[in-house]
Design a protein around this ligand. Sequence first.
Ligand SMILES: *Cc1c(COP(=O)(O)O)cnc(C)c1O
Length: 380
Amino acid sequence: MTISFIDLKAQQEQIKPQIEAAIARVLAHGKYILGPEVSELEAQLAEFCGARFALTCASGTDALLLALMAKGIGPGDAVFVPSFTFVATAEVVVLLNATPVFVDVDVDTFLMDVQSLKAAVETAGKQGLTPKAVIPVDLFGQPADYVQIQEIADTFELIVVGDAAQSFGATRAGKRVGTLAPITATSFYPPKPLGCYGDGGAAFTDDETVIDLLRSLRVHGQGSNKYDNVRIGINGRMDTMQAAILLEKLSIFEDEIAARQRVADRYNDALADIAQTPVVAAGSSSVWAQYTIRLKNRAHVAAQLKESGVPTAIYYPIPLHHQAAYQGFPTAPGGLPVSEQLAGEVLSLPMHPYLNEKTQEAIIEALKSICLTPIKKRNT
Ligand SMILES: *Cc1c(COP(=O)(O)O)cnc(C)c1O
């Protein structure tokens, strides 16, 4: 039996004829850029999450970049980001010549630590920066604590841009991702919970001024027409082909979210005694972009699992404030001990909606036999 970490083939088999027909329709009408599927997808994405507006774009990174551009982030501005995240969260800040300030995360949920955020905002001002925005990250599929973060944002007049690249479809306090922050960015990179067959992303907002700016920025800062350029923008459009594929994938996404939860539940039940299993905040749901456990002896367990044919991954082995390109930027006072600890302990297990019980049982058995043996030895 070969075990996939993420099985995109199994998903394709569910909807292969529909995907082929959707691609054929695009080839027939030939509107490869901003064709009808793009606006149809934007309408369906907005409806899916309950946001007033959705704007598709070329990637999750572009969605974040466009959001910051729409808010005029630039030199001298401090933008608060977690260190324990994918590099794009901080990269877009640097691309706009603003300063990322790294904030620690909570040891249980892996989400931005609001105390660390507050302390970082208070010290940024003393370092001559203007605290301007915060990018909470919905790491591994569950939404950040937007209620508490918004309170801090209100106090210090920060703009909140949600990095929901891993969490589209998840909820917090009964609201879906896309409506939890004034602007939300997501990604449709293939292995994300909702992925296309290439790069893609989207931004969500209820604010009409913001959506107008995003639309203009996505196409070179255009004004009333293509050759009227009123601001500096980018070429950040999603291809019609990707939109057509995503429309078909969106039609089975609710079922896939439920299937992901069943897989997570089975892991939770089986692994609670042998590893630190993921913690989802009360009142939240996760779409399980990753199922990530914590282990003190990670290197040993990962190597043994590999030998048993179980693929694993480490998200993320080096926190951003230790990366060569980012180590010069400020961090929250007191440092980022949790981000550093997690980087040494986390291990992500195979997770996708089509992980069947038999395969999952094999993964669990392999993990149990590796973890239980040394622990028992140590105790006697
Ligand atoms: C994937 C990801 C991004 C970037 O999305 P792309 O579509 O690959 O550009 C940004 N932030 C986080 C947290 C991600 O996981």
